[in-house]
Write a new protein. Sequence first.
Length: 110
Amino acid sequence: MAEPESPIFTVIEEEPEFPGGMEALYQFLAANLKWPCKDCDCFGKVFVTFVIEKDGSISNAKVLRDPCHNYGFGQEALRVVSLMPKWKPGRQRGNPERVQYNLPINFSIR
């Protein structure tokens, strides 16, 4: 019989953390995001949700909101999320747990 999946927390005692913290996360996004279309003037925030697993890996990434869905912004956000290194996992009562994480990714004209 297969072991049941662990619950996914949305609120947890110790939040997961990108290696190096939030500043490192912003640097990672800036270094890896590519403008998905050359001829569009669309911009805005793409909201992505994913699960940070007990080992810090990313799973179940999905786009929650994409203001420019016809131009590939959501797909680009998912591509970059899939490139992320393992996070420091979230902890509940000292134990690593699965945590749902929502991340806004801003696409703006520089």
